[in-house]
Design a protein around this ligand. Sequence first.
Ligand code: PEP
Length: 261
Amino acid sequence: MARVRWTIGNWKQNLFRGTAELLATDIVEGIPAELLEGPVRTKIGVAPTLVALDALAPWSRPAGPLYLFGQNCAAQEEGAFTGEVGPGQLADVGAHGAILGHSERRTHFREDDALIARKVQCALQAGLRVVLCVGEGLEVRESGEHENFVISQLSASLAEVDPELFQDRLILAYEPVWAIGTGKTASARDVGAMHKRIRSWLTEHHGATGADRSILYGGSVKPGNAAGLMAAGDVDGFLVGGASLEAEAFLQIVRLVAEAS
Ligand code: PEP
């Protein structure tokens, strides 16, 4: 079975309900018809600010082509946790999934692997898709320990996941921290090597289900570098930050993901 390709825009703490609606409209109107009518070759997702999620319902699956993602999710369903939003509540406002373990949450909000592991389990248990992000910082990359670092993040972030839930709702994203929002992109060779290592870990620990997981790359992906990164090997699409805020740039990336051989 061919692995599912994804192009997912992470809009971060940008846009309001109105501007998010406008961007979603521009994206949906620009999606090539063959991608909607023919065999779907890339699933398309966006992760707007939480308060705009329900405003995007008219464009979201199954009525529209977009899968909606939260940018975070609580580690528990509900309770006395002021300010938190549980996976069921995310689903209630229209989310199909959540991005978890993004480096901005790991860095700015001190989320560690243990917390992320509980979030991943809670979100999968509630029926959400999960985009689990892993990636090394510059110091780790320069020390040459990046592959071991990423595998240990992956293993720890999945430590709580019930094997029965380890299935098609789990998506991985390799995002080297030094490439996020910096304009620096990892080389296709580096990306291919890391994705290969992640794939072999997934296969070793989770068999065929692990082998079939989509592994996305994220870090300054633009229309100009997307084709080269797709050719890196073992790359099943992208998690896109900055370029996803411009409909035309995002759509070009969508097309390149869909058309890559
Ligand atoms: C991201 O935030 O997940 C990301 C990849 O951002 P950018 O594309 O802007 O580097």
